[in-house]
Design a protein around this ligand. Structure first.
Ligand SMILES: *Cc1c(COP(=O)(O)O)cnc(C)c1O
Length: 419
């Protein structure tokens, strides 16, 4: 009994007896296990690692920060890292997202966004409580996040407690107008506080990709009706779709924007929710009852902020944009290879490629093929984690030719074997 693990892992069915590798070191695009294996991290450790594991500059910034200030209450107190980071984020984000609220995960950044939107309406004297969402969305695993996300096997046990939302269809190619019409109708109902959406790519929903013009049109519809537009860039931010933020590609300025995952280069947990002056001013008053009622204990943790500042330095000083451009080209070659091997619906947005294994039996997240493929890839030295029958690659931008070719080839071979 004593050598059995006491750890309960996320999204893991321990009853299946799956072997859980022990990771001891990370460097660049690789992880190293206790039993001496080198694993290529083809999904950026669940979409967080942008410049590679243990980037020296980020690690050094963390080490340096630990010598001066570890943590400080952030209600009514501040520190230089938080001030500097907020200023630099505002300069990078679409204007006028001028205010930065700190939290500690993507899910909390979404909770904060929803509460900001509701607070905006409540303080404006016109309380609105309805949120519109897109089919197949994912916004985190807290109750607010689950409520605005896709209902499915993940949420079955909690469903009666999730709040009601208005759902617009996913804008499949050729059916974009249905999405726009549904959003327009939802806006016209008059009780809509906000629309929350993952710009350009729905990640957990199966790497579903839609066009920039739909994103821009959805934002325009919300703006026309005064409905707040929340961009959840937790996954799409930090270059994943090509530009720094997916909204940049569409020239979209959201009212509220959520960032996390790559904010620290993937090194430490940190999140921000950016808001326009209108949202901030709706809470600005001499009346304490109108302040924004939210905090996490580790809000704006100084060490995490130091990591985020170092991440911005890497973006400023290293050829990150060139790395991304090169990765985009190599990924499209890999995707073409996957398509030739018979994978369906090959799709790409920036550095992300995805395609579907022909589903035999149950499709969707619980499709049997997912865990079987995952195990096969792990045995081959690759960290890939298919979403049901959808396989995707989203590596750190530093991945080299040989490692990326290994990722592409492993999926191609698996596709041939499955055919
Ligand atoms: C991962 C993710 C979240 C949740 O972030 P956590 O840090 O895991 O809480 C929210 N929204 C999107 C779009 C995500 O991909």
């Amino acid at each position: 009994m004593s050598d059995r693990s006491h750890v309960w892992h996320p999204f893991t069915q321990h009853g299946l007896g799956e072997h859980i590798p022990l990771v001891v070191r990370g460097e660049g695009a690789a992880l190293f296990t206790a039993d001496g294996r080198r694993i290529i991290d083809a999904i950026s450790s669940w979409w967080v690692t942008t410049h590679g594991h243990c980037h020296p500059r980020i690690m050094a910034a963390i080490a340096a920060q630990t010598q001066s200030l570890d943590q400080v209450i952030f209600a009514g107190w501040t520190h230089q890292n938080a001030e500097d980071l907020a200023r630099r984020l505002v300069a990078l984000a679409p204007r006028p997202l001028d205010y930065v609220f700190y939290s500690d995960s993507g899910s909390t950044s979404v909770e904060v966004a929803l509460k900001m939107a509701l607070g905006y309406w409540a303080n404006g004297g016109e309380p609105r409580h309805r949120i519109a969402v897109m089919r197949h969305s994912y916004h985190g695993d807290t109750f607010g996040g689950m409520s605005v996300g896709e209902r499915g096997v993940f949420t079955r046990a909690y469903r009666p407690l999730l709040f009601d939302v208005t759902t617009v269809p996913f804008p499949h190619a050729g059916a974009e107008q249905e999405t726009l019409d549904a959003l327009e109708a939802a806006c016209k109902a008059g009780d809509l506080a906000a629309f929350i959406v993952e710009p350009l790519v729905l990640g957990s929903g199966g790497m579903l990709i839609y066009g920039r013009s739909v994103l821009a049109q959805m934002q325009a519809i919300c703006a026309k009706h005064g409905v707040l537009f929340i961009a959840d860039e937790v996954m799409t931010g930090w270059g994943r779709t090509g530009p720094l933020f997916a909204c940049d590609a569409a020239g979209v300025v959201p009212d509220i924007m959520c960032l996390s995952k790559g904010l620290t280069g993937g090194s430490l947990p940190l999140a921000v929710t950016l808001a326009t002056p209108a949202i901030y001013e709706a809470h600005y008053s001499a009346d304490r009852a109108r302040q924004f009622f939210h905090s996490s204990s580790y809000t704006a943790n100084p060490i995490a902020c130091a990591a985020a500042l170092a991440n911005l330095d890497v973006w400023r000083d290293e050829p990150v944009t060139e790395r991304i451009a090169s990765l985009i080209d190599r990924q499209s070659e890999g995707l073409a290879q996957w398509a030739r091997a018979g994978l369906l619906n090959p799709r790409q947005c920036g550095t992300i490629i995805a395609a579907d294994f022909p589903a035999s039996g149950e499709a969707g997240y619980l499709a049997d093929i997912g865990p079987r493929l995952k195990q096969r890839f792990t045995d081959e030295g690759l960290l890939l984690r298919p979403l049901g029958n959808t396989v995707y690659a989203m590596p750190p931008y530093c991945i080299d030719e040989a490692d990326l070719a290994a990722v592409h080839n492993a999926v191609t071979t698996a596709a041939r074997d499955w055919a």
